[in-house]
Design a protein around this ligand. Structure first.
Ligand SMILES: Cc1cc2nc3c(=O)[nH]c(=O)nc-3n(C[C@H](O)[C@H](O)[C@H](O)COP(=O)(O)OP(=O)(O)OC[C@H]3O[C@@H](n4cnc5c(N)ncnc54)[C@H](O)[C@@H]3O)c2cc1C
Length: 402
């Protein structure tokens, strides 16, 4: 009998746990440890500040989903992994494992920009339900006294796509609330060009985004290195200062604290180096999936650091590969399934507030044989359909679906 422990209950961890359970016989045990006892569909956080989505609508309790599938659940925070002893220290005691999947997502690296983060400046974040609801409070206050809006991404951010989504939703929300004429809207990004997204862009993307910026009167600065924010201004390297009344800056990500606190497991940023099988490079019974995996950018560094987007689809795929490979190791096989991150197909819907862009490519990274960006300027429906589909998939435990 083998004991498989999965840390994390989101895109990567939930998939890995359910897939491990589905693939392995009942003699093996699967346990998930998660510090949150709910799955939350994070991509919908872009709508929460505007009141277009309630957090409850995109939340599903983990325990019933897991228990129905035969996975044990432990609502606890993992505090340290001891890879040489095959143990995880948690807030509820020490857990042994035979195989471990680390799917702990990111911690938000606010400290790399002075003044960023909760209770410091007034800059919002939309990376989790708490911060998205906080942003809603400030959005309501902003509407009473509107002014300049600054949306952007910090140096080394890896989730620029979500910040673009928020930018265009913001533009739409300003118009819907009748205050667009009273606002200047800025987009400040570490990308070397619009639509780079941390994947070196998609053919036609830069032109399309330039057209959007012009059409919606959005001022933009590329290769922007945000150095500091305070309660009223955003300061860029080179001396430019932009005053704001409302701002949302996507922070850079680092690995979760438990990983950074576990010696020998990760690189200095707390991301776990793995083979293309998502197996740890040093500890063969440890796998990582989702944002926890170290994915070095495949492109030359620009003037301002930028990271790759580790989005939901590759997180889900890595969870599946990790589960399959644990099964193979238990069966005594050495031929592990391999799915290099950069070769996972790109499948992304950029909701842009009453318009959308669908991005499809055969590989996330270049070289790609096929890559298209399809704009729909009349309506946005596909991300909402995707949200409904994904929540159904989660609630019914159908982890094997795409
Ligand atoms: C605003 C926003 C919009 C986005 N939009 C999209 C989109 O449109 N499409 C898309 O594909 N992707 C999108 N993404 C990215 C997507 O949300 C991530 O790819 C996905 O959440 C990564 O999943 P994960 O499982 O790796 O980590 P996470 O979702 O971060 O989950 C980490 C899990 O680990 C648990 N955990 C962390 N530390 C511990 C610990 N010490 N002990 C126990 N448990 C722990 C957490 O509770 C959580 O369950 C967006 C991201 C953001 C921020």
């Amino acid at each position: 009998m083998a004991k498989i422990v999965v840390i994390g209950g989101s895109f990567a961890g939930l998939t890995a746990a359910l897939e491990a359970r589905r693939k392995l016989g009942p003699e093996h045990k699967v346990l998930m440890i998660s510090k949150t006892d709910n799955f939350v569909f994070i991509p919908s956080m872009i709508w929460v500040p505007f009141g277009w989505r309630e957090v409850e609508d995109v939340t599903a309790p983990l325990r019933p989903i897991l228990n129905k599938a035969g996975v044990e659940f432990m609502h606890a925070e993992a505090t340290k992994i001891l890879p040489k002893e095959n143990k995880v220290k948690t807030s509820q005691g020490v857990i042994d494992y035979d195989y471990l999947v680390v799917a702990t997502g990111p911690d938000l690296d606010f400290d790399s920009v002075e003044g960023l983060g909760p209770n410091k400046g007034n800059v919002e974040c939309i990376c989790n339900p708490k911060s998205a609801l906080e942003a809603r409070k400030h959005w309501k206050e902003f509407l009473k006294n509107p002014g300049t809006v600054v949306i952007g991404a910090a140096p080394a951010a890896g989730c620029a796509g979500a910040a673009y989504e928020f930018l265009f939703n913001m533009e739409y929300a300003l118009r819907k609330n009748g205050v667009r004429k009273k606002t200047d809207l800025y987009w400040i990004t570490p990308e070397p060009f619009l639509g780079h997204f941390g994947i070196e862009g998609i053919a036609g993307g830069e032109g399309m985004l330039k057209a959007f910026m012009k059409m919606f009167n959005i001022k933009y600065i590329t290769e922007a290195a945000i150095e500091k924010v305070d309660k009223e201004k955003v300061y860029l390297k080179g001396g430019k200062v932009i005053p704001y009344k409302f701002s949302m800056i996507m922070p850079a990500f680092m690995g979760a604290k438990v990983i950074r606190d576990s010696e020998g497991l990760a690189n200095p940023r707390g991301f776990i180096p793995t083979h293309d099988s998502y197996q740890h490079k040093e500890f063969p019974n440890i796998f990582a999936a989702g944002i926890a995996v170290d994915v070095p950018p495949p492109f030359k560094p620009g003037k301002v650091p930028l990271n790759v987007p580790k989005t939901g689809y590759p997180s889900d795929e890595a969870g599946k590969v990790a589960a399959e490979n644990i099964k193979r190791l238990i069966e005594g096989r050495y031929d592990l399934q391999s799915k290099p991150f950069g070769k996972i197909p790109g499948l992304c819907i950029m909701d842009a507030g009453h318009k959308e862009v669908i991005i499809v490519s055969n590989h996330l990274f270049k070289p790609r044989q096929f890559a298209v960006m399809i704009p729909n300027v009349f309506y946005d429906i596909n991300k909402r359909l995707f949200e409904k589909y994904f929540m159904w998939k989660v609630r019914t435990g159908r982890s094997y679906l795409p």
